[in-house]
Design a protein around this ligand. Sequence first.
Ligand code: IPD
Ligand code: CA
Ligand code: CA
Length: 260
Amino acid sequence: MVKAARAAGRGLARDFGEVENLQVSKKGPGDFVTNADHRAEDVIYNELSRARPGYGFVMEERGVVEGTDKTNRFIVDPLDGTLNFMHGIPHFAISIGHEREGELHAGVVYDVIRGDIYWAERGHGAWLENWRLKVATRIKLTDAVLATGTPYVGHAPERHQLFWSELAHLTQETSGIRRFGAAALDLAYVAAGRFDGFWERNLKPWDIAAGIVLVREAGGIVQELDGGEILKTGNILATNASLAPKISAKLATAKSKLPS
Ligand code: IPD
Ligand code: CA
Ligand code: CA
């Protein structure tokens, strides 16, 4: 998985250089970015299917590819943080999760521009290169820096309203809220103890599969915001054990205060 991420990352880094030029062109970087995304996914798919023949895939661009081995599959986002990439903002990642017998087993998040590989395997810890990752130990919400993701154009008004309510309940209680634009990296940052927590709704399995393993292996808690199945709903809270009940209580209040 690391090898596949590095191979695809080389292409993305090259393409990112080109995007910076296209910013100023009339046509803009839209189609070019879509192609970069597909190219990266092809590289990952080819590398992984050569290394682990028969494994299945869930990929953002290609969709589901059934494997002959029904117990193993990879969950892949070839470019997480597309909007950043498209705008020349150097904060995006490749995310590769590995699910075994229905459980998330391993994950790699590759911060392409910084060259950082975050990786974790069930029972073996979470790592940034050779540095063992540990979630932050802050216990007071007022000391916490949280990350989130915002809804945007095209999303239903209710989604925006729920987000505003969540924000209203958390800005008054925390040190700061960040929105960096790549969910896989948000989770890697929670694992690394940089963010004290991260929440977002309606994410896709490829945004979070690898990051969930990272946070759990770094000693953190990952939970679904309303008690559902996290890879199905994509409503995620990732933090440490002390902050989890505090943040989820605030988010529950934020939801209950919405007009029905
Ligand atoms: C997006 C990023 C972003 C999150 C969005 C995702 P993409 O993934 O993870 O942080 O807020 O909901 O869709 O589209 O850049 O792969
Ligand atoms: Ca994504
Ligand atoms: Ca993507």
